[in-house]
Design a binder for this molecule. Structure first.
Ligand code: 26V
Length: 824
């Protein structure tokens, strides 16, 4: 009987208009006569949200009914960006919405750009999680994301006098995409003590008592798949003081201030995203965030499993939990605790379940990023978990000792506990021991972890535990949404948008490589995208750049290993060369715009120095009348997902130039190539596989190889170091004050000159500038350049996150797609 009342999704313009007006007038209580773009955004977002909710509810019912194994993706970061455009495209109604908005007097682009980015992530790791959610929904996998609902996402970056300034990102003012579930809460315990007790059967049990309790409240975000009714759920936990007697007592006792302080302390847990990437600092609040989120998520997952009334040994057949880096490793310990302490399973039975449930993805080999928590801190905050970790370690080390009785050092090397002062818990080791599979994110990276940081574990656990799943990106956001014109052009040749669901279909584009009209449109689209970026640059920086120049882009977090310093030194080299030219010669070089963007972690001084140098160099070069259009340097402030959507389609060449062996994968490299840009890069991360797919004639590779890095560093360390002569001239210019007080950059130069050049900037400099000359050369021949671009796009099918998710599902999760029958 309820059926006839159930809500229906709209499909037509008139219906969208009706819903839009209804929301403006009633939900928002505004008059249509003062409906500005922000209100229009709110109205259309609410209309689409309603539509998502219907599919979302149905999806949850369908998945419960199907009763299959589910995927739980645990990530401290989900770098989602904007949701409206994605929602409109995924349900296939953007064109209709555009018309409807047009009727009401709005341009859809202006409305879309009112939305605040959901920026709950630092960079690659968080964006990967977002792409995975998109692919899991699109492929109809029953999957949930679990994360934290930070009140402040990654900070906003402003550039003041050439320096980065951080502004808090308060993004929750109006967020139509989240649904508070005040009825879904979990109490999470911290601190306290552990007492042993004997139960009725004479067994020892552990009771974790006292301490404080914080409440986790669920906020749900619908994740629509593309061209499917599947709308999955992203559940973000928000922290709040428990509404229990504790506060109430204090309150009644007249201790109002302290009750409020408790409240605020609890809310602090989910207040802010840590803005470091690749640097672990061991702060207690971060550990609290991790446990809070793991405990709430595990409780939720177990609760859902228990509803099925299955036996515990079926848990791994119903639940696959993927750990996005080591940040959620405590989930392993928490599940063991639930099974042993609360559900009173035997240790071995519980551990079997745990180790068949989890998978762990490693995203970095940088030693400073590997998480370790001090034992005393963990003892204080999570006393029972520390005991369990010690027990896991004990049983593990016993098994290792049995197998390697003669290896004296192996136990100390692989112990979860590092015997330092203070002792430390090595989270990656715990994650490996507690998981059934461990994967890296590109072939080189997966090989490297097996031969370096996790070598002993390959010997102990066998090679089958370690595997590779090369990263990918969702073509929905990174082609169709970011570059609608290119997507449309491709669709016109391929007979529809099927490639958005099966990116390998792009290979048919090679058939059109000699199609004149097609090539012409291709080139026009690139120019339009560059013009759009030039307009943004003009508005944001005041600098005018020529859209016909070669756009050379490096946008990513600022880090020494990513080597933005190599790029800016190269720019200075180019500038000096132009200055040294006879004015008549200056017609020769290819005009270039060097575009940088990216945030530095607030405490990372060297990264901030690099930003400062880029901005100083920009102001000198951009104002030098000798240079004109030949060279411009731009720093785009506050690089984020939305800016990436504008920048990726507008590059001719982009830079992925990390020291070989340091960038696990990289994913922006894929975004740029998919949008018809070429890349200059080192033999690192996914660059290697991109080369394999698109062909080495279509990429500009340079620099030393990963296998040579150790040897080079070793040599530097023992004094065998000579600064590259071209780089020396660049340094002389900086030291001579060409870009402001040289002291400002002294530490940066000396990291190369006198501190053994750990990132091999000098070693790769010559190769870099020579390769940049090859880029110029190639760009002069626009026809050949276009050949390379089209061929590359045609061969990028492999890098769809749909392929990635399929690999995870088949080789790690053992999860099936939901059969959508006729509906799909
Ligand atoms: C580490 C830490 C350390 C503790 C403080 C907070 C924090 C936040 C994030 C991280 C993770 C850093 C690892 C990371 O982002 N890796 C990137 O992952 C991308 C997706 O796999 C990959 O493409 C990049 O190459 C890799 O750097």
């Amino acid at each position: 009987a309820w059926r006839k009342y159930s809500a229906k999704p709209f499909t037509q313009k008139s219906e969208i208009e009706l819903e839009f007006v209804r929301h403006i007038e009633t939900t928002l209580a505004r008059s249509l006569f003062n409906c500005d773009e922000l209100a229009a955004y709110s109205g259309i977002a609410l209309a689409f949200r309603d539509r998502l909710i219907i599919e979302w509810n149905k999806t949850q019912q369908r998945q419960t009914f199907a009763d299959q194994k589910r995927i739980y993706y645990l990530s401290l970061e989900f770098l989602m960006g904007r949701a409206l455009d994605n929602a409109m495209l995924n349900v296939g109604l953007k064109d209709v919405a555009k018309e409807a908005l047009g009727d009401l007097g709005f341009r859809i682009e202006d409305v879309i750009s009112q939305e605040h980015d959901a920026a709950l992530g630092n960079g690659g790791l968080g964006r990967l999680a977002a792409c995975f959610l998109d692919s899991m929904a699109t492929l109809n996998y029953p999957a949930w994301g679990y994360g934290l609902r930070y009140r402040y996402g990654i900070f906003k970056q402003e550039i003041v006098d050439g320096y980065q300034v951080e502004i808090p990102d308060y993004w929750l003012d109006f967020n139509p995409w989240e649904f508070p579930r005040h009825d879904i809460t979990v109490n999470v315990q911290f601190y306290g003590t552990v007492n042993k007790q004997r139960d009725t059967q004479g067994r020892t049990t552990h009771i974790w008592q006292g301490g404080e309790t914080v409440q986790a409240v669920a906020y749900d975000v619908p994740i629509p798949g593309y061209g499917t009714p599947t709308t999955n759920n992203l559940r973000l936990w928000s922290s709040k003081a428990t509404s229990g007697e504790f506060n109430f007592q204090k309150f009644n006792a007249g201790d109002y201030e302290s009750a409020v302080a408790d409240e605020q302390r609890a809310e602090t847990i989910s207040a802010v995203l840590y803005p470091n990437d690749n640097l672990e600092r061991g702060k207690e609040l971060r550990l609290k965030q991790q446990y809070f989120w793991c405990a709430a998520s595990l409780y939720d997952i177990v609760r859902r499993f228990k509803k099925t009334k299955r036996a515990w040994n079926e848990f791994p057949d119903q639940v696959a939990i993927q750990l996005n880096d080591t940040h959620p490793t405590l989930a392993i310990v928490e599940l063991q605790r639930i099974l042993v302490d609360i559900e009173v399973l035997e240790w071995d039975e519980a551990w079997h379940i745990v180790t068949h449930t989890f998978g762990y993805t490693n995203h970095t080999v940088l030693p400073e990023a590997l998480e370790k928590w001090s034992v005393p801190m963990m003892q204080n905050l999570l006393p029972r978990h520390l005991q369990i970790i010690y027990d896991i370690n004990l049983f593990f080390l016993q098994s290792v000792e049995k197998r390697f009785p003669t290896d004296r050092d192996i136990l100390a090397r692989v112990s979860i506990i590092e015997e330092s002062h203070p002792k430390m818990v090595r989270m990656a080791y715990l994650a490996i021991i507690g998981s059934q599979k461990v994967n890296g994110v590109a072939e080189l990276h997966s090989d490297l972890i097996k031969t370096t940081i996790f070598k002993d574990f390959v010997d102990i656990c066998g090679p089958d535990k370690f595997t590779n799943v090369t990263n990918g990106i969702t073509p929905r956001r990174w082609l169709h949404q970011a570059n609608p014109r290119l997507s449309e052009l491709i669709a016109s040749k391929l007979g529809g948008y099927g490639f958005l669901k099966d990116l390998a279909l792009l290979e048919e584009l090679e058939d059109f490589i000699n199609d004149k009209e097609f090539r012409k449109s291709w080139v026009e689209i690139k120019l339009m995208n560059k013009t759009r970026l030039a307009k943004h640059i003009k508005e944001a920086t005041g600098y005018q750049v020529n859209p016909n120049a070669l756009f050379d882009v490096q946008v990513k977090r600022i880090h020494e290993y990513k080597r933005q310093q190599l790029n800016i030194f190269g720019v200075i080299h180019r500038y000096l060369a132009i200055k040294a030219m006879d004015p008549k010669e200056r017609a020769k070089p290819v005009p270039r715009v060097s575009i940088f963007g990216g945030k530095a972690a607030p405490g990372y001084w060297m990264a901030k120095t690099i930003i400062h140098l880029i901005n100083k160099v920009a102001s000198v070069i951009n104002n030098d009348p000798d240079v004109g259009d030949l060279l411009k340097v731009i720093f785009v402030a506050d690089y984020n997902v939305s800016k990436a959507e504008m920048i990726c389609p507008a590059s001719d060449i982009s830079e992925h130039i990390s020291t070989a062996g340091t960038e696990a994968s990289g994913t922006s490299n894929m975004k740029f190539v998919l949008n018809g840009g070429l890349i200059i890069g080192t033999c690192d991360g996914a660059n290697i596989e991109i080369t394999r797919e698109i062909g080495e004639q279509n990429i500009f590779l340079f620099g030393n190889l990963a296998e040579d890095v150790e040897e080079l560093r070793h040599r530097h360390y023992y004094g065998d170091f000579k600064l590259d002569m071209h780089l020396a001239k660049v340094f002389d210019a900086i030291k001579g004050g060409m870009f402001g007080p040289p002291d400002d950059f002294a530490a940066l130069l000396s990291s190369v000159e006198s501190h053994s050049d750990y990132y091999l900037v000098s070693d790769d400099f010559l190769s870099y500038i020579e390769t940049q000359e090859l880029v110029d050369e190639a760009f002069r021949n626009q026809d050949e350049w276009t050949d390379k671009c089209i061929t590359s796009v045609a061969r990028m099918g492999f890098f769809s996150s749909d392929r990635v998710i399929t690999e995870y599902a088949e080789s790690i999760w053992n999860v099936e797609q939901l059969d959508m029958g006729k509906e799909n």
